[in-house]
Design a protein around this ligand. Structure first.
Ligand code: SF4
Length: 289
C-alpha cells in the first residue's frame, strides 16, 4: 500500500484494510491535534487508489472491513465518494463494512439523501471528534464548530442509520474549565445519542499550539486526580443513552469500558477505587496516543 505521512486509524479498526484516499486533514487547525502537521491536504488520484485496491485484492483476503484514511474522507464530493465505494466493491467484493472519520463540516455538506446513499453502498461507521461539549473550550482549541453544530451533524449520521462513534478528550478544559468541560460534554453526547463513546485523555504534543501553550504556562494540564473526576462527572451526567462506553484508549490513566446504562454504576465504582488509590493508574511512561 502506498501510504503518505502518518496514517492513523481508530483502535477498533485494527483489523481493517486501511485505504488511504486523502492525505492529512483539510481543516488542520485544532490546537491540540498534531496528527497531520507535516503534510498538506491532498486527494489521492484514482490510479494510486486502484493500485492499492489491487494489492488488497491479492494480499488482504482475510480482512472483512475497510477503513478510509486520512482525517476527513467524507469531505470528498458525493460523486467521488460514490465512485470510490463502487471501486471498493469491484476490487474487494467480500467487503461488507466501510468506515471513516467524518467531521461536522463534511457532514454538513452532505444531504440526508447523500448519507443514506453512502449507507446503502456500505458506509457502516463514522468516527467523529466532539472533543468537548463546552463552546468556550471549542473556541479556545479552534475546533471551528460549536456543540450545537456537532450535535446536528451527529443526528444526520444517525438519521441515515450509520453507526456513530464520538470521541471526547479529557483534560481539554485546562484546570480552570474542568467541571464545565465534563458536564457540557456529557450534555452534548446525550443529545448526539452515538452508538459508541470513546474517551481519550489529552497528551499535549510539542508540534501543536496547545503543546506550546503548556510549555509557556498558558495552559495548565489537569493532574490524574482531576482527570478521574472529569471522567466520573461526565459518566454521571450522561442521560438517556444506550451505547458502548470506551475509556480504555492508550492515553487513559484508568482503562475502563462497558455498556451504558447497564454498566454505569460499576464503571463509577471503578473510578472511585482509582481515586482512593486502591487501583494503580497507568504510569505516564506507559501512556500513548
Ligand atoms: S482534530 Fe480532526 S478536524 Fe481537527 S485538525 Fe485534527 S484531524 Fe483535523
Amino acid at each position: 500500500m502506498e501510504y503518505v505521512g502518518n496514517v492513523i486509524r481508530p483502535p477498533s479498526e485494527a483489523d481493517a484494510i486501511i485505504l488511504q484516499v486523502t492525505v492529512g486533514c483539510s481543516y488542520n487547525k485544532c490546537t491540540f491535534c498534531g496528527a497531520y502537521k507535516d503534510v498538506s491536504f491532498a486527494i489521492k488520484d484514482e490510479a494510486t487508489i486502484t493500485r492499492d485496491l489491487q494489492f488488497a485484492r491479492e494480499c488482504c483476503r482475510n480482512h472483512k472491513r475497510v477503513f478510509l484514511a486520512d482525517g476527513d474522507v467524507l469531505i470528498l464530493s458525493q460523486k467521488r465518494l460514490v465512485r470510490l465505494f463502487h471501486l471498493i466493491h469491484e476490487y474487494l467484493p467480500w467487503i461488507s463494512r466501510i468506515s471513516l472519520y467524518g467531521n461536522a463540516r463534511a457532514i454538513r455538506n452532505k444531504s440526508q439523501e447523500n448519507l443514506s446513499e453512502l449507507k446503502a453502498l456500505g458506509l457502516d461507521r463514522v468516527y467523529m471528534g466532539l472533543e468537548s461539549g463546552c463552546d468556550e473550550i471549542l473556541q479556545r482549541i479552534q475546533k471551528g464548530e460549536t456543540a450545537e453544530t456537532m450535535i446536528a451533524a451527529a443526528k444526520k449520521i444517525r438519521g441515515a442509520g450509520i453507526f456513530l462513534s464520538v470521541t471526547a478528550l479529557l483534560g481539554l478544559g485546562d484546570v480552570t474549565l474542568s467541571e464545565r468541560h465534563a458536564a457540557d460534554t456529557a450534555k452534548a453526547l446525550s443529545a448526539m445519542a452515538p452508538n459508541q463513546i470513546a474517551i481519550l485523555t489529552l497528551m499535549p504534543l510539542e508540534n501543536t499550539i496547545l503543546g506550546q501553550e503548556v510549555l509557556v504556562g498558558k495552559f495548565f494540564l489537569p493532574n490524574p486526580q482531576v482527570i478521574l473526576a472529569e471522567l466520573s462527572l461526565l459518566l454521571s451526567c450522561l442521560q438517556n443513552i444506550r451505547c458502548q462506553f470506551h475509556a480504555n484508549h492508550a492515553s487513559s490513566y484508568l482503562p475502563i469500558f462497558g455498556r451504558l446504562p447497564k454498566d454505569r454504576e460499576a464503571l463509577l465504582a471503578a473510578i472511585e477505587m482509582a481515586k482512593s488509590g486502591a487501583v494503580l493508574l497507568v504510569p505516564e511512561h506507559r501512556r500513548a496516543l
